[in-house]
Each structure stands twice: as structure tokens, then as C-alpha cells.
Design a protein around this ligand. Structure first.
Ligand code: F6R
Length: 241
């Protein structure tokens, strides 16, 4: 595992974008796994800047998002589809056929998650999976206790995660109670992984994930089993490392 310590989230965004763009330069038809949340916003902005300056060509990539709320239509302002559209798809002019995200309104959720997993395999598997880390160690929406062998599945969100995400909604009641997420095994099947952690509120869980025991109680700890993981963390997040 490679740990890159940066001074600020801004520096982390530049470094993360550099790694993603290098991956695409090296393999233009790369399959990328992508997160939402506060952490990757700066990285997406840097990638979009490079595309606008014609320093990067994203026309051959395929993307798969980690997760989506179940119950939110894609047009909802809080759906992860909208987040990706605003931060990456539209600024980088990605075509709809290049991007994948589970449908929050699929009538048959079980069929949707199964089809998602098949689509990833059909695309050739994920070359680079970018991750954030939840305050409780979740990756994607794989909450503590998730089976490490899990593939894309439907989950009930914990109170902790709903409270953490309530900042994007008008109230806690509006935060959906379920989501669809790649599983831990889906994530670990990626050829390489880049995890980003910024801020003091990630310091304890990041330390536990990287240096503590491998346990379902901290889903990010399973990354210790992957042979190609890079972590970019800012000063505030590495105080215990
Ligand atoms: C989002 C995701 C989550 C976030 C995590 C951290 O697609 O998969 O695991 O990465 O909740 O969120 P932020 O970046 O908002 O701290």
C-alpha cells in the first residue's frame, strides 16, 4: 500500500486527478470506478479543467459509480446521478453510453444490482477504482458488518451514514433509507484502487483501516488485502499514521 501525504485537500485533488489522468493516458479505454461525496469534488474539477484545456481525452473511458440511493429518481437534485452529471459527465462531455450508475428507481432492485455486476464484468472489470472513506469505515455504502465477499447489492443505510449525508438534504427525514452499492468483493476485484481521505474527522478511521486489524467492523480495512492500493490523505487525516 502506497500512502501519499499532502498538505491540503486542494493538493490532494491535484494529485488524485494526476493519477486518474495518467491511468487514462496509459490506457485510453480505461474502466473507472467512481465515488460521490464531498471528498472527490476537487479531483473532478481538476479532471474537467484538463479536458477543457484539451490536455486529456476521456472519449474512450467507461465509468461505473460505486452507489446510488434507492428511491430517488435520477433527476432528483440529491441523486448520485445528478452529482456525477454536475461534477463530471457534463463538464467532461461524457456520452451516456460511457457512464453507469445503478438506477434508484429500478422496479426490481435485485435484478438491477445483478445486471450492474454483469455490466462491470462485460466491460472487462474496473482498472482503477477511486474511493472515499466514511467516518465509520464504509466504502461505497458497505457499512460495518458487510460480508467481504459481497457483490453489488441493496443495503439499508445506518443512522450514522444518514446523519452524515443529511447535510446535502433539507432534513434527515429526506435522506433515503436504502441504497444500491458495489460490494466489498466488487471493489477488491478492481485492478488498482485509489482512496482519498481528507479532514480530521477521517483521522481515526483511516488509521484503523490501514494499520488496524482486517475486520468487517471497518470495511475499508479489507483494502489491506489488495495488492495495488494508493491512499492520498491530507495533513489533518494522517495525524495518527
Ligand atoms: C460515495 C461513497 C461513500 C463516500 C463516503 C465519504 O459514493 O461511496 O463511501 O465515499 O461516505 O463521503 P465524503 O467524501 O462526503 O466524506
Amino acid at each position: 500500500m502506497k500512502i501519499i501525504k499532502v498538505a491540503t485537500p486542494e493538493e490532494g485533488a491535484i494529485k488524485a486527478a494526476e493519477i486518474v489522468l495518467n491511468q487514462i493516458k496509459h490506457k485510453p479505454a480505461s474502466v473507472l470506478g467512481l465515488p460521490t461525496g464531498g471528498t472527490p469534488v476537487g479531483m473532478y474539477a481538476k479532471i474537467a479543467e484538463a479536458v477543457k484545456a484539451k490536455k486529456a481525452d476521456l472519449s474512450k473511458i467507461t465509468t461505473f459509480n460505486l452507489d446510488e440511493y434507492y428511491g430517488l429518481p435520477k433527476q432528483d437534485a440529491q441523486s448520485y446521478y445528478t452529482f456525477m452529471d454536475v461534477n463530471l459527465y457534463t463538464p467532461c462531455a461524457l456520452r451516456p453510453d460511457q457512464t453507469h450508475i445503478p438506477s434508484g428507481t429500478a422496479p426490481d432492485a435485485e435484478a438491477e444490482v445483478k445486471a450492474y455486476e454483469v455490466a462491470i464484468v462485460k466491460a472487462g472489470g474496473i482498472d482503477l477504482q477511486v474511493l472515499g472513506i466514511g467516518g465509520n469505515g464504509h466504502i461505497g455504502f458497505n457499512e460495518p458488518g458487510t460480508d467481504p465477499k459481497s457483490r453489488t447489492h441493496v443495503v439499508k443505510l445506518t443512522q450514522n451514514t444518514r446523519e452524515a449525508n443529511a447535510r446535502f438534504f433539507n432534513s434527515l427525514e429526506e435522506v433515503p433509507t436504502e441504497a444500491m452499492t458495489m460490494g466489498i468483493q466488487t471493489i477488491l476485484s478492481s485492478k488498482s484502487i485509489l482512496m482519498l481521505a481528507f479532514g480530521a474527522n477521517k483521522a481515526d478511521i483511516l488509521f484503523e483501516a490501514l494499520k488496524g486489524p482486517i475486520t468487517p467492523q471497518n470495511p475499508a480495512s479489507f483494502l489491506q488485502r489488495h495488492p495495488d492500493v494508493t491512499v492520498i490523505a491530507d495533513q489533518a487525516a494522517v495525524t495518527r499514521l
